[in-house]
Design a binder for this molecule. Sequence first.
Ligand code: FAD
Length: 404
Amino acid sequence: EAPILIVGAGHAGFQLAASLRQAGYEGPVSLINDEPHLPYQRPPLSKAYLKGGGGPDTVMFRPEKFYHDQRIELISDRVVAIDRSALQLVCASGASRAYKHLVLATGARNRLLDIPNAGLKDVLYLRSLDESEMLRQLFPTRRRVVVVGAGFIGLEFAATARAKGLEVDVVELAPRVMARAVTSEISEFFQRRHSEAGIRIHFGVQATSITSNEGRVTGVTLSDGRPIAADLVVVGVGVLPNVELAAEADLPVASGIIVDEHLLTADPNISAIGDCALFKSVRFGAPLRLESVQNAADQARCVAARLTGDMKSYDGFPWFWSDQGPDKLQIAGLTTGYDQVVVRGDAGQGSFSAFCYKNGRLIGIESVNRASDHVFGRRFLAVNGSIPPEQAADPAFDLKRALA
Ligand code: FAD
């Protein structure tokens, strides 16, 4: 019997293999990955792993024994082509592998900075375990880092680098941090906290070139002409979904591999999940591609259910978190398109939430150091609950009452 073949062993691929076994699937399951590690988690790479001294085993989902016990075959190889008519994959090693069902969980890769000198060895990125390892080993030898991009990963890295004693400058084209992802209330809070920690953030400018001396980074030049000295540059300007395998096999792709509400591609023998998938969202009535652990893991569970006979539309409720220095940001729901924001709690005290409304309905909650609001949001919004803005803003109103 040919296996269920999973390409990519990140959060989506790992969870799918594990969930297939949990759901009682008895047939062969193979997980192919092109990284030289057991499947591992990414969030700690810009948080605890980057900061601490834990070994690679601290980020692994499971030890090797798990795969052995669960009869999940781990294959270290890179898939280079899909032969859909033969139900086969071609790998970089030259091996071909038959599949019964193929799941593309290829994730995303770093978007590269395209400016002069961006190829120097001290211009680094942060997505893989090896990159996180390299960065944390560099900390003791570096004094000044320029971080390009004030998104989640750039800011998490900046906070850790600062805590390690480096001088940190962050360069951001938008007028505020995490501008595409959060409300200005949240941006302002984190800007203040990062500034208080001694991080300098430069808004409305781009890095236009990297200066060097004998191959070593000496700084970054900004679009307004200012130079910033640095002996390390870390780039966090977003990712590109890995869609090429699908595209070359003539599967429809756009800003992700296009899948329907069951996470199936146009080929009934091929699914796609996680960061690489542009899925038809029943919940939001629009195609979506999300980059989060929740999305990867819940989509994996949905496909595992389908492959074991329980076919249903994907309806995962989105949530996300980011740890920056001592502060924890948690987001429940998708806040894009909000037209009204109500603050609950006190930003000055470092614990508050932004309740986001669209046409009078609550659509998402962004919480800072306020886990109870986040937990409320995940439960309440998942069943399409809403409370009037006045209640959200009223500290005397007990959110649990709305849940009852
Ligand atoms: P990936 O994790 O990218 O895994 C895909 C794997 O497939 C990779 O190992 C890749 O090398 C492999 N692959 C690709 N193509 C091939 C091929 N042709 N052949 C073989 N193998 C292939 N999300 C949160 O919700 N909260 C957080 O706090 C958070 N923090 C993060 C911090 C960092 C530093 C990073 C990088 C991400 C973070 N994320 C966070 C996002 C989250 O990690 C991703 O959404 C998640 O990893 C997506 O899982 P995935 O399995 O779809 O893809």
